[in-house]
Design a protein around this ligand. Structure first.
Ligand SMILES: *[C@@H]1O[C@H](CO)[C@@H](O)[C@H](O)[C@H]1NC(C)=O
Ligand SMILES: *[C@@H]1O[C@H](CO)[C@@H](O)[C@H](O)[C@H]1NC(C)=O
Ligand SMILES: *[C@@H]1O[C@H](CO)[C@@H](O)[C@H](O)[C@H]1NC(C)=O
Ligand SMILES: *[C@@H]1O[C@H](CO)[C@@H](O)[C@H](O)[C@H]1NC(C)=O
Ligand SMILES: *[C@@H]1O[C@H](CO)[C@@H](O)[C@H](O)[C@H]1NC(C)=O
Ligand SMILES: *[C@@H]1O[C@H](CO)[C@@H](O)[C@H](O)[C@H]1NC(C)=O
Ligand SMILES: *[C@@H]1O[C@H](CO)[C@@H](O)[C@H](O)[C@H]1NC(C)=O
Ligand SMILES: *[C@@H]1O[C@H](CO)[C@@H](O)[C@H](O)[C@H]1NC(C)=O
Ligand SMILES: *[C@@H]1O[C@H](CO)[C@@H](O)[C@H](O)[C@H]1NC(C)=O
Ligand SMILES: *[C@@H]1O[C@H](CO)[C@@H](O)[C@H](O)[C@H]1NC(C)=O
Ligand SMILES: *[C@@H]1O[C@H](CO)[C@@H](O)[C@H](O)[C@H]1NC(C)=O
Length: 816
């Protein structure tokens, strides 16, 4: 007995010894001039979040010294020798006696070194818990007095507590620069930096050209991101005579988040989620065309919800009306009437604008608004003014000179901007002449308002009374209540001829859809939800309100809902041109879809999906993207339908959900179809299928080829590898096609349907890839490309052929 436990003790001690030996030989927590780190070893932060070591990105041979997350070793946040890779794994990182860091190659040549502004007697290098690699004097008592720190030399990632901006004393400019490609950390074309002309602002630049402007700091946030609130970080902007920078800290310090500028120039936020063990993107710098710097030219405003998106500011007219009419916005707008250059001018006030470019501006932190406006009126070249800081009712003064560039409209009010106009353009002159008329008009309007208010209130309380009678629990919050119209069941029944089968448009995933015509003549689409959601009334209404807040020009608009007599009904705008599948798979109707239209449709779907994934406040995974869910409006603009329903009404899709997998065979990503795990990348897969279907005008499900048993994806993949990709593009489509664009779409389509979710691009990358000429990575093998029959776990359904390549010979499947 005793002997056995002695034996065990010995083994344990031996293991402990071995373990500590292994540990000391492979990981270190600091290095001094007597130590070094060689390839294969790492330097780990005390909290264990980050480590520094040697790596090779992708399939590249060269070795780089970098910092990554211990739990996500693929995610490199900093690279030392980004321009000069080591040829082999003989690299060594050392601290010199003076405190410099040097990276040596096999012949002891210096491949990279840190710059030293001063030296120290007892240098020690550590990787801090923030991911900052520092060198400090071992005897130094001030914990933040570093000889050198990697945070002063960012690569493509802006980490929490990293300063982005200038040390005005030393002239050090800390800015983020993209990698050249996903496999080459060398400095790429794009940078994210603070510009100190005028009031400092943050730009994403491509070379020397401004790509996107995140805007200035107004005390509450960056003025360019007001439409995109960030729930995880607190921001700070520091402007003194020594320093100007911008940094953020995480609200939850035990989280990990990063802001990355990718090689395509897109800056994105990611947070680490433990449950999915992956990085989830949530806000990106460029979501739509209005995010392109000065998209509408000078003195114009950009609003993605309007057609056309650009409009001159009030008091301005297009500089070149001919170009402007042909949607060439580059010339912008000019004043109708020149400024009087006296206090006879006035201001026109806007509250929902992204403040214009401040490259040519002047500011004062203490001046109030009135004084600020007075100052502007006294200077002939001043064109606009605003408070510098919006906190506590506003303070400070910001003046603009010359043209007003890069203004976009937001949906809500954030900050007041006063744009200077000549009196005549403000309508001041007429106001006095016709003072009597408005007075009379106001009385009438006032009366009408009161009357309609009473009407509205009584309609609303009627609706609420109906709700209350169904569910005693329900109480509406006054004020915010009922942003979404409640339709009466009798109205809907009347509009759809009592849900007559002749009005039925189709059967969607969650119930039948009817066409309806309201008494006023307005056409609507009515979705009568199947009665199994088992939800309470309040939950239903809350969910519908959330869905109604998702608004984008590539999403079908929800007009209202109806909850009555056990019915749950959603009312949508009606799309006269039906859905995409109605056109692409029909030989007659295909002719309406020439290449430019197809390209426009692809682009629109991508933007709609990007909005769902990243730019709306609720992140929505669609889960049932397919050609029949892409509706087309009068002008053949695509609009995604049925979004938000999967999460809300589809129930929980985990394996124990017995009766329904939301999703459609032929479009479902392998990981979703087989394991039931879905993510944004499963939507990307479905999007890829839709793209390939548009190009080939053939259904993925049901595709047959005389020579092989591959499905459409497999067919496309084979032709791609045979260097003959255009073979799969429909011949009639190519009458009108632009080969470059078609090839690009095909390429992106194949990237989207790759087997491994992580390999698929995010929708923001897809949008950029479609719209630019960036180099694309080579696609890997698609998921589900051969005719296999896969057994879906018993609980989900019985054996099902998921991608039915062999449907031409056998029409089995869906044994339900
Ligand atoms: C590199 O330097 C180390 C330590 O100074 C020395 O031991 C080694 O021989 C040198 N290697 C070469 C190739 O010079
Ligand atoms: C090591 O680096 C030096 C200096 O950069 C260079 O001249 C030398 O060729 C490199 N040696 C090897 C084996 O890469
Ligand atoms: C060191 O300073 C030089 C010149 O100021 C600069 O070009 C170089 O990039 C700096 N090196 C590092 C590692 O920051
Ligand atoms: C902070 O983040 C950690 C890790 O993600 C999580 O476990 C914890 O619940 C979060 N705390 C709060 C207050 O959200
Ligand atoms: C531009 O379009 C407007 C409205 O459609 C029209 O009134 C105007 O004449 C057009 N101008 C030019 C130069 O084509
Ligand atoms: C737009 O108009 C400007 C000025 O007239 C011209 O230089 C430019 O080429 C036009 N752009 C396009 C795309 O037509
Ligand atoms: C108007 O402002 C500009 C820019 O600050 C300045 O250069 C100019 O002197 C000012 N003019 C007057 C009359 O104050
Ligand atoms: C755009 O304009 C529409 C109508 O003119 C307005 O309702 C909306 O708030 C504006 N802004 C955005 C971002 O849509
Ligand atoms: C629908 O309402 C209109 C006007 O109130 C009425 O004329 C019509 O008969 C109604 N139709 C049905 C089917 O109830
Ligand atoms: C789309 O709908 C509009 C309005 O109903 C119609 O004028 C147009 O011809 C339709 N387009 C196609 C291609 O069917
Ligand atoms: C084809 O599309 C590319 C990229 O959109 C464009 O640069 C090129 O001019 C187009 N070619 C033709 C012939 O339209």
């Amino acid at each position: 007995m005793i002997r056995t436990s002695m034996q065990t003790m010995k083994t344990i001690i031996l293991w402990l010894f071995l373990f500590s030996f292994l540990r000391t030989s492979n990981t270190l927590d600091s290095i001094t001039p007597t130590q070094f780190i060689k390839d294969g070893q790492t330097l780990v932060s005390a909290g264990g979040g980050y480590e520094l070591g040697f790596f090779s990105p992708g399939e590249v041979k060269g070795r780089y010294l970098g910092i990554w997350y211990t739990f996500s070793t693929e995610t490199v946040v900093w690279v030392a020798n980004r321009e000069v890779p080591l040829d082999d794994s003989s690299g060594v990182l050392k601290v010199t006696d003076q405190g410099g860091l040097v990276l040596l190659n096999s012949s002891n040549g210096t491949v990279w070194s840190s710059n030293l502004s001063r030296t120290a007697g007892n240098p020690v290098s550590q990787l801090l818990d923030s991911g900052n690699l520092v060198v400090k004097d071992g005897k130094e008592t001030n914990p933040s007095n570093f000889l050198w720190q990697s945070f002063d030399y960012p690569c493509d990632t802006h980490l929490p507590e990293m300063k982005l901006g200038w040390n005005l004393v030393t002239g050090l400019d800390r800015y983020v620069s993209s990698w050249r490609s996903t496999e080459d950390p060398a400095r790429g074309d794009f940078s994210l930096r603070m510009d100190t002309h005028g009031f400092p602002q943050i730009f994403i630049m491509k070379g020397a050209k401004i790509q996107t402007r995140a805007g200035t700091w107004n005390g509450a946030g960056l003025t360019g991101y007001q439409g995109k609130p960030n729930p995880v970080a607190n921001f700070e902007f520091v402007l003194t005579k020594n320093e100007v920078y911008y940094e953020y800290t995480l609200i939850n310090r035990s989280m990990f988040a990063r802001y990355v500028l990718n090689p395509y120039g897109l800056a994105q936020w990611f947070t680490w989620t433990d449950y999915s063990h992956s990085w989830e993107p949530f806000v990106s710098s460029q979501a739509d065309q209005c995010d392109n710097y000065a998209f509408c030219g000078a003195n114009a405003r950009c609003n993605v919800s309007n057609t056309p998106v650009c409009a001159c500011l009030k008091g301005f007219v297009p500089k070149s009306p001919k170009d402007w009419n042909s949607t060439n916005w580059s010339e912008g707008c000019v004043r109708k009437t020149p400024l009087a250059c006296s206090s006879a001018d006035g201001f026109s006030k806007y509250s929902n604008f992204k403040l214009p470019d401040t490259s040519s501006s002047w500011y004062d932190k203490s001046m109030g608004l009135e004084e600020c406006q007075g100052l502007c009126l006294r200077n002939c070249s001043c064109t606009a003014c605003a408070n510098l800081d919006v906190r506590e009712g506003g303070s400070g003064c910001l003046l603009w000179f010359g043209n007003l560039n890069d203004i976009r409209e937001f949906t809500s009010d954030y900050q007041d901007l006063y744009i200077r106009l000549a009196a005549s353009d403000l309508g001041l002159r007429y106001r006095r002449l016709s003072a009597l008329v408005p007075c009379f008009l106001w009385k009438i309007i006032g009366f009408l308002l009161i009357y309609s208010h009473i009407r509205l209130r009584s309609t609303l309380s009627e609706a609420r009374r109906k709700l209350d009678s169904r569910n005693g629990d329900y109480r509406g919050e006054d004020g915010e209540d009922l942003e979404l119209p409640l339709f009466d069941l009798t109205t809907i029944a009347n509009a759809t001829n009592d849900f007559s089968s002749s009005n039925k448009l189709g059967e969607g995933g969650f119930g039948p859809v009817y066409k309806g015509t309201l008494v006023g003549g307005e056409e609507i689409a009515v979705k009568r939800l199947s009665k199994n959601s088992g939800q309470g009334l309040r939950e239903f209404k809350n969910e519908v309100l959330l869905i109604a807040k998702l608004q984008h020009r590539n999403l079908v608009k929800l007009l209202g809902c109806c909850i009555q007599e056990d019915e749950e009904i959603l009312v949508y705008e009606f799309m006269p041109n039906r859905s995409l599948d109605f056109f692409i798979f029909d030989q007659e109707r295909q002719k309406f879809l020439d290449w430019p239209t197809c390209f426009h449709i692809i682009d629109g779907i991508a933007r709609g999906l990007l909005y769902l994934h990243q730019d709306s406040r609720l992140r929505i995974i669609h889960r049932d993207m397919k050609a029949s869910n892409i509706l087309l409006d009068n002008d053949m603009n695509p609009k995604i339908s049925d979004f938000g329903l999967a999460k809300t009404f589809g129930g929980d899709q985990s394996e124990d959900s017995t009766n329904r997998v939301v999703g459609t065979h032929g479009y479902m990503a392998p990981e979703y179809a087989v394991d039931g795990t879905f993510s944004m990348k499963s939507d990307v897969f479905s999007f890829g299928v839709i793209m390939l279907e548009i190009l080939s005008r053939k259904k993925n499900r049901g595709f047959c080829h005389p020579d092989h048993r591959l499905n459409l994806l497999g067919h496309a993949w084979t032709l791609w590898n045979q260097n003959n990709p255009l073979e799969m593009v429909d011949v009639t489509l190519c009458d009108s096609c632009n080969i470059t664009e078609v090839l690009r779409c095909l390429h992106v389509g194949l990237l989207c349907v790759q087997h491994v979710p992580e390999d698929r691009p995010s929708m923001s990358s897809v949008v950029l890839m479609l719209g630019s000429e960036v180099k694309l990575p080579s696609p890997k093998q698609p998921g589900f490309y051969t005719g296999r029959t896969v057994t879906v776990p018993e609980s989900t359904s019985s054996t099902t052929d998921l991608f039915s390549t062999n449907i031409c010979s056998t029409m089995f499947l869906e044994g339900r």
